[in-house]
Ligand binder design. Structure first.
Ligand SMILES: NC(=O)c1ccc[n+]([C@@H]2O[C@H](COP(=O)([O-])OP(=O)(O)OC[C@H]3O[C@@H](n4cnc5c(N)ncnc54)[C@H](O)[C@@H]3O)[C@@H](O)[C@H]2O)c1
Length: 276
């Protein structure tokens, strides 16, 4: 239940052309918000806004372009008079071993997954400070909570940065009237695996990732859980339950994830990594 939290509000969503972003737009509109659907894929962003109809508009936005992000947040605030929510959702994935991942892939991922979130948050924060209200929602991942997650270093590092950045933003924004929440899902059944980069891996590694994603929660269920958590102003929104339990066990026993990762790594080296 999200009650009236989104009713009559203006929400900007990045990565709105697919997966979680698209589902967020549809759920926000259903909850009574006007939705600004943005994506680097304009065709898909437009499709999202057309499904919604009158209470949505689509814009091209590359979140790794700081000036464009600032301009778009300005445009939204000018057009509607305010901006109530930003969902910094756009993200990509890279997997493989540290010794194989190119620095250019690290950079591209950080530019989107971390700097994209930072640019969106900072631009919206400045605008929201003038209004005295607003809620910034950053989509991280369970990979931003687990420590020592081998085979997905750039992704995990970027998401850890998003988690901590959002927690700090929440502390600093609190007395100024600005809320911040970070979202840490496990697998969600989206297209993220299709566009992911696999460093020095056989094609069956991508297939393994695609299979894992297929077993994840639906984007619709993810969006519903996210909006419920945001409406109740949760600091860190974690789902499904198995992730919460795994994180608790890891904290209590210490290092379970790292032990599991040694097994995963051995399997990767035996069955999926391309020979030197
Ligand atoms: N799918 C999962 O299992 C999962 C789990 C945890 C967290 N997440 C996070 O959820 C977010 C959404 O991912 P998804 O699973 O819906 O993936 P997706 O691939 O279905 O959607 C991502 C969207 O981001 C857009 N995008 C990519 N680069 C962009 C850029 N530079 N500027 C603007 N838009 C850009 C893509 O065009 C796409 O529409 C990501 O941040 C991802 O890391 C996903």
């Amino acid at each position: 239940m999200v009650g009236q939290y989104f009713k009559g509000k203006i929400a900007l969503v990045t990565g709105a052309g697919s997966g979680i972003g698209r589902a967020l737009c549809l759920h926000l509109a259903e909850a009574g918000a006007t939705v600004v659907c943005t994506d680097i894929n304009m065709e898909n962003a437009t499709e999202t806004s057309q499904v919604i109809g009158d209470r949505a508009i689509a814009y091209y936005l590359n979140v790794s372009d700081e000036l464009s992000v600032n301009d778009l947040v300005d445009l939204v605030a000018t057009k509607y008079g305010h901006i109530d929510f930003i969902f910094n959702n756009a993200g990509i994935a890279v997997s493989g071993e540290l010794r194989d991942i190119k620095l250019s892939d690290w950079k591209k991922l950080m530019d989107i997954n971390f700097y994209g979130v930072l640019y969106g948050s900072q631009a919206a924060y400045q605008m929201m400070l003038k209004q005295g209200s607003g809620h910034i929602v950053n989509i991280a991942s369970a990979a931003g909570l687990a420590d020592g997650l081998a085979l997905m270093a750039p992704y995990s590092v970027s998401k850890h940065a998003v988690v901590n950045y959002t927690h700090i933003l929440r502390v600093e924004g609190k007395a100024l009237g600005i809320r911040a929440s970070v979202v840490c899902p496990g697998f969600v059944d989206t297209a993220i695996g299709k566009s992911a980069v696999e460093a020095n891996a056989k094609p069956n590694w991508k297939n393994k990732a695609l299979d894992a994603l297929k077993k994840g929660v639906s984007p619709e269920k993810a969006a519903a859980l996210i909006l419920k958590g945001v409406a109740s102003n949760q600091e860190t929104i974690v789902f499904p339950w198995a992730i919460k339990i795994a994180m608790k066990i890891d904290r209590i026993l210490g290092g379970v994830v790292k032990i599991m990762m040694q097994k995963e790594l051995a399997d990767f080296r035996k069955n999926y990594r391309l020979p030197d």
